[in-house]
Design a protein around this ligand. Structure first.
Ligand SMILES: Cc1cc2ncn([C@H]3O[C@H](COP(=O)(O)O)[C@@H](O)[C@H]3O)c2cc1C
Ligand SMILES: O=C(O)c1cccnc1
Length: 349
């Protein structure tokens, strides 16, 4: 197993949190009037270790990989879309490309293993394989592939830190990956496939039933132990999901706060937290995806996402959309006057 996986996670700074909470009490607004934003800023203060947190350098890593199980017709789109989107990401045409540009955030695109073998400028091609094996026939990944994918996540976090990132966002691209993520969620949560399976890119009800039956077959074939999350990841996951899991664990080890995107990223986060529960402190959940399995995954994580917009895209798009909210929350906390500074009367008794 990758040696760094056993490194401990950092502890959030309680002193910064209590100083941020004290400042929050002084600001010229009724107590609690900024709702969830207040707790969010206090939490960010504890993660950044400073009483006045700020998001100045968000970083986005986008992990792509193909899935053997896509051959079973579990997606509304052909498998070739994964590789085709790589070019779109670097040419600026994908949703996450537009959002990254608006945020002025670096967007690195990592191809962990897709069907095509084109060298695309601006893409890091790691080529762990032409995609995972179909989990109906074999474990999705070999041990070496899992290790390399986890390392890819680790390396992304190191690059983000070198670039001075103060918030880590990740996205995923991989046709068929809602099937992989749903299978993982079923296994981690010990829930039956029909309860968690959804439309992904837009399957019709008959397609969803078929997808759910395929997941049930995989669960029966592999019979995985929920107490061994990395084996669940290796058998049922994907290269990009493993990279996400590795990145989230390493962010927690290095003390870099994370904004988690939708369903697929949340399953990677659940896997990371099952592997090391202390990773949980570093994960902020951006949004509630329309994919039905997301609810159970968020509930298992005790997570209350910031947004609920009916998004079902992935790519890190929901996380990117939440960045301005975090930035505004920080700006309010830093910029608002205190009652004393503004000579405004405080609360009666
Ligand atoms: C053009 C296009 C762009 C996307 N960007 C993200 N996804 C999303 O859809 C895929 C998962 O859904 P499923 O499991 O149904 O295949 C992933 O690639 C995910 O990131 C996309 C899907 C498509 C078609
Ligand atoms: O919420 C997600 O991550 C998601 C949902 C559908 C398709 N792709 C991604």
């Amino acid at each position: 197993m990758n040696p760094w996986l056993s490194f401990p996670c950092r502890s959030p700074c309680l002193k910064a949190a209590s100083r941020a909470a004290a400042r929050n009490e002084q600001l010229t607004k009724p107590q609690g009037a900024l709702g969830q934003l207040e707790a969010l800023v206090i939490r960010l203060a504890s993660l950044q270790g400073r009483p006045e947190p700020a998001i100045e350098s968000p970083w986005i890593s986008l992990f792509a990989g193909d899935h053997g199980v896509a051959a079973e017709g579990v997606s509304a789109y052909p498998q070739s879309v994964t590789g085709e989107m790589l070019r779109n990401f670097t040419h600026g045409g994908a949703a996450i490309s537009v959002l990254a540009k608006r945020l002025d955030a670096p967007l690195e695109v990592i191809d962990l293993g897709t069907l095509g073998d084109l060298e695309l400028p601006g893409v890091r091609h790691l080529r762990l394989g032409p995609g995972t094996a179909s989990f109906l026939e074999a474990p999705a990944m070999t041990e070496a592939q899992l290790a390399a994918a986890l390392d890819a996540g680790y390396e992304s976090v190191e690059r983000a830190l070198t670039a001075g990132a103060d918030l880590f966002l990740a996205g995923e691209m991989g046709i068929g990956n809602t099937t992989a993520a749903t299978a993982m969620a079923c296994s981690l949560l010990q829930k039956p496939a029909p309860e968690l399976t959804g439309a992904g890119t837009g399957l019709q009800p008959a397609g969803i039933a078929r997808k759910s039956a395929i997941i049930t077959r995989a669960l029966e074939r592999h019979r995985l132990d929920p107490a061994v999350p990395l084996e669940i990841l290796r058998h049922l996951g994907g290269f990009e999901i493993a990279a996400l899991c590795g990145a989230y664990l390493h962010c927690a080890q290095r003390g870099l706060p994370v904004l988690v995107d939708g369903f697929i990223c949340s399953v990677a986060a659940l896997c990371a937290v099952r592997f090391n529960p202390s990773a949980h402190d570093w994960l902020i959940f951006a949004h509630h995806s329309a994919e039905p399995g997301h609810r159970a995954v968020l509930a298992a994580l005790g997570a209350k996402p910031l947004l609920d917009l009916g998004l079902r895209l992935g790519e890190g798009s929901g996380a990117a959309l939440a960045v301005p909210l975090l930035q505004q929350a920080c700006a309010l906390h830093k910029g608002m006057a205190t009652f004393a500074e503004a000579a405004v009367s405080g609360q009666d008794s």
